[in-house]
Design a protein around this ligand. Structure first.
Ligand code: GCU
Length: 634
């Protein structure tokens, strides 16, 4: 990253992250109190609860502000707002699917949760943690503003100042605004539903004064048993306005030699009879120890180990799998062995209910379908999915492509937009850097080629590598359907961004968005890079249950024909072809899909209909993947 860009990023990022606390990871390993359940709400399209009639932000103590009490001071007091149990929404959950009035709603909606709270331990610190809120969250507790977060698919937390919480009668108010803007990430147009709300869990997390904020443990490159990593402690509330540590901090702890040792941390893996203690300098400890007898994680044997990290009075831990993922020439290597990705792409949505997925049960349904298809990998499009999804992928042995929503025509010329994308990238990687299942971080999807865009995306790739040098970096590159340039039906991927990624990925729809599936028969694919390449999307629409001949668009027979031709084409691909994720596992809601007979607001390229029924094409792909498991890839 150019020095100027870097400095500007930190300045902008510090503004965006100003009131945010550092992201606490390994939440399931912590002591927490859930705030999930029914919250009262007020829909506020004119943001009356936030601005006065001159459209100036209300002062914090203004009695008309929707974050303050709605109880009249006396019988003469005027209150023009109020929360009631007649207006409630489930948290976690999008508002669109909970009430038909909000299906298309894009605007502000105020959530309120009242709760009592007593600390588990009197001198502990308390953080308010959100799994995700789409898109902007302004958070108030007992009338005090804790902070703001933008970005719809990544976690964030705010430390609650000492003395703000009360044993009885706390009220938490969150202003959620899911309006779309050109200078946000994603931008104005997407091919998915703009589900708004507190879409993932909310909890109070209690930690000691000095606690384990984050830690990373991985196999050292080219090693089968050496474990390396770091542990970062947090020993004091961040002074407001102090910029966050540089985004490169988690990947390369910068221990300054000579700094006095203040603490120590202990990392244990009981199953391997390992317990090692390491010195802490400036809140960071570098970790490095041999783990003889360690069994590496893989899709065939997703072995994980209970890892326990202790520091002073704090203790946390989770199950971690250890593996390596590398590119060598045009091959993908998992634990040193060639890997072919039998993937499928999916949105974070439960199709039968037309709602955001957020729970372990939801993850089990979606990953269960992927396993039934014969997948060893899922592309979680086009944004980071709920943590339950990546943790379940770890336990099931399903590889993951995880992506930030730098989607289509983002404002690539804006440093502020770059900072927002880098913030979301940092939050995605920080949350999941201990997930063995995740092998690919993707910095975007189908962004149009231009020098400004390529520099923007290259900076994101540099940021990702600074955060995590152990995983592959990719993006769905731009494919130029210009057979004339290379001769009839010869497609050469020459997106300049291919120079900077580890895996060249691209979306092709040969036979759906151009030509017919028969055009696959003499199609040839290559890239100008000496790297592995991966088809990150390919698909065709079909209305579940609509049957006709294979030349009838929208029939299941057309979609089946499409995948028969595509599969035959995959089998003819050059050796650099290392996998594919058909678009898409299941139909999903999209405001762009308005054919009144065949779509009705759904993108129906699913191999499974939004009725939960498998289409004919599901079995074509399933048979292809099954044939691969009995032979080397292709
Ligand atoms: C694009 C895009 C997807 C979209 C798909 C489609 O490749 O990446 O998000 O849904 O095409 O047209 O269905």
């Amino acid at each position: 990253m150019k020095p100027f860009t870097a400095i500007l990023f930190f300045l902008i990022a510090s503004q965006i992250l100003r009131a945010q606390s550092p992201l606490i990871t390994d939440i399931p390993g912590r002591h927490s109190v859930s705030l999930d359940g029914y919250w009262q709400y007020i829909a506020d399209p004119y943001e009356t609860g936030f601005y006065d009639y001159r459209y100036k932000e209300l002062k914090e103590t203004d009695p008309n502000a929707y974050w303050n009490t709605d109880v009249p001071a006396n019988r003469s007091d005027k209150k023009e707002f109020g929360y009631t149990d007649n207006q409630r929404l489930r948290v976690p959950g999008d508002w669109n699917s909970q009430d038909p009035r909000w299906l298309y709603y894009e605007g502000t909606l105020w959530y309120k949760k009242s709760f009592d709270f007593t600390k588990h331990h009197p001198d502990e610190r308390v953080f308010l943690y959100f799994g995700a809120v789409n898109y902007r969250a302004d958070v108030y507790l007992n009338g005090k503003k804790l902070g703001v977060h933008t970005g719809g698919f990544t976690p964030f937390d705010f430390e609650i100042p000492e003395g703000l919480l009360k044993p009885i009668g706390n009220y938490l108010v969150v202003k959620v605004d899911n309006k779309r803007y050109a200078d946000e990430v994603p931008t104005l147009n997407t091919d998915w539903w703009n589900y708004g709300g507190i879409t993932r869990s909310v909890m109070l997390v209690e930690v000691p004064q000095t606690f384990i904020e984050d830690y990373e443990l991985q196999l050292a490159p080219d090693s089968a048993t050496d474990i390396r990593g770091w542990v970062r402690l947090n020993d004091a509330p961040r002074t407001p306005g102090r910029p966050p540590e540089p985004p490169g901090t988690p990947g390369q702890p910068a221990e300054t030699p000579g700094t006095p040792v203040t603490e120590s941390v202990t990392v244990s893996i009981p199953e391997l009879h390992i317990s090692q203690t390491f010195p802490v300098r400036d809140n960071l400890a570098s970790i490095d120890f041999p783990a003889p007898g360690l069994k590496r994680w893989s899709p065939d044997d997703p072995k994980r180990y209970r890892v326990i990290v202790t520091a002073g009075r704090d203790r946390t831990g989770e199950s971690i799998g250890f593996r390596t993922i590398q590119v060598r020439g045009t091959q993908l290597l998992l634990n040193g062995k060639p890997l072919f990705l039998r993937g499928v792409a999916m949105h974070e949505e439960i199709p039968q209910e037309g709602r955001r997925a957020y729970s372990r049960q939801d993850a089990a349904q979606l990953l269960g379908w992927a396993r039934e298809l014969g997948c060893n990998m899922v592309r979680l499009a086009h944004y980071p999915h709920d943590e339950s999804m990546t943790r379940m992928a770890d336990s099931l042995g399903i590889l993951v492509w995880s992506e930030i929503p730098v989607y289509w025509t983002i404002d690539f010329g804006s440093k502020a937009v770059l900072a927002k994308a880098q913030q979301q990238l940092t939050e995605m990687i920080t949350r999941d850097h201990n997930r063995a299942s995740i092998i690919i971080w993707s910095v975007g999807n189908e962004t149009p080629v231009s020098p400004v865009r390529t520099e923007f995306m290259h900076t994101l790739i540099t940021t990702a590598r600074g955060l995590d040098s152990s995983r592959l970096i990719s993006a769905a590159l731009e494919l130029n359907y210009n057979p004339g340039k290379n001769g009839k039906n010869r497609h050469v991927v020459d997106d300049p961004l291919g120079e900077y990624v580890d895996l060249v990925a691209f979306n092709e729809y040969l036979g759906w968005y151009g030509g017919t599936p028969a055009d696959c028969r003499n199609a040839q694919w290559s890239t100008i890079y000496d790297k592995p390449f991966y088809i990150s999307e390919t698909g065709a629409g079909a209305l579940s249950g609509f049957h006709a001949d294979s030349l009838t668009r929208w029939s299941e027979e057309w979609q089946a024909w499409y995948f028969r031709e595509q599969v035959a084409m995959f089998r003819r691909m050059p050796p650099a072809f290392v996998g594919v994720s058909p678009w898409v596992l299941a139909d999903f809601r999209s405001p762009k899909r308005n054919n009144p007979r065949y779509q009705q607001g759904w993108n129906n390229k699913g191999l499974i209909g939004h009725n939960g029924k498998k289409k004919k094409a599901f079995y074509i792909v399933q048979a292809y993947y099954k044939s691969l498991t009995h032979q080397s890839a292709r």
